[in-house]
Design a protein around this ligand. Structure first.
Ligand code: SAM
Length: 267
């Protein structure tokens, strides 16, 4: 910590999940796209950089044949996930969900229909060779008709050093772009939270020292890793010009201030 107000592990992960995650929508989208391309239902999901692996726990609840793995290097979010998500599964569901403390660059002794790497976590790989290595591992980790899903963000505002505040029911979430180096695309982001009840601001609760990759770089790297087709999606707009949560296949769009989209690599 950096002299800022300390935050408990519980509160940190709860506020993070409430602020940035939307598993129902992610799972529904992945399932729908898998069925569209593969004409069958996906049954196994590997959540890379899973943190608390809340999404993987949700996946096993959706169908009695669904299985999931959540992989993360850090035992802290996994422990929170085990105590708060895994514990809420029944015994049969628990038998189909596994937390793996490990590196996504490792080889694993199972294959999945879908590998998901969300919340831009693969931006941790700053070198092209490292990201290519990860994409090759993801390719190997998939069944023959498997699909690799990642998300990515961008837009004209995303390289500006600024702090963006979003109000939630009981807290505010701050996405703080502290630095962006236009020559290397390296960037430094922080997440801060402010709880409404006591007005406390918790600074730098999460730090992301990343390279900001672009969709075309991801597409080309996935192709180089072996994926037979790579598709980009774009989000539709509601009448106020905000994202409407509907993502469709697209490869030509007008830029806007800020966007978050999916990219799918088909094995
Ligand atoms: C931005 S969080 C993402 C959490 C979650 N997937 C989500 O969507 O909110 C990134 C996570 O990646 C983990 N991580 C970083 N490098 C990793 C690696 N090489 N292998 C596995 N996990 C890694 C970190 O420990 C952290 O929990």
């Amino acid at each position: 910590m950096n002299g800022a107000t300390p935050i408990s592990v519980e509160l940190k992960h709860r506020l993070y999940e409430e602020s940035v995650q939307n598993h129902e929508a992610d799972l529904e989208f992945m399932e729908e796209q898998f069925e569209h391309f593969r004409k069958r239902k996906p049954r196994t999901v590997r959540e890379d950089f899973g943190g608390t692996a809340a999404m993987a726990c949700d996946w096993v609840k959706l169908h009695p044949e669904n299985r999931a793995w959540g992989i993360d290097l850090d035992p802290e979010p996994m422990k929170y996930g085990q105590e708060n998500h895994y514990q809420r599964l029944n015994d049969e569901q628990k038998s189909r969900m596994e937390y793996i403390e490990g590196n996504v660059l490792e080889d694993f002794d199972f294959k999945a229909d879908i590998i998901a790497a969300f919340n831009f976590s693969y931006f941790i790989f700053k070198k092209r060779a490292q990201l290519l290595e990860y994409f090759k591992k993801a390719y190997e980790g998939l069944n023959d008709d498997g699909i690799f899903m990642v998300d990515i963000f961008g837009g004209t505002e995303c390289y500006e050093e600024q702090e963006e505040e979003t109000e939630h029911d009981n807290h505010s979430y701050f996405w703080d772009c502290d630095k962006f180096n236009p020559l290397t695309s390296e960037c430094l982001y922080y997440i801060h939270f402010k709880t409404h009840e006591d007005g406390k601001k918790y600074e730098k609760v999460f730090t992301y020292d990343w390279r900001h990759w672009t969709p075309i770089e991801i597409k080309e790297l996935m192709e180089e890793a072996g994926f037979s087709k790579v598709y980009t999606y774009w989000e539709g707009e509601d009448e106020d010009g905000d994202g409407d949560g509907e993502f469709t296949l697209s490869d030509t769009e007008e830029n806007c201030e800020s966007w978050v989209i999916y990219i799918a690599g088909l094995k």
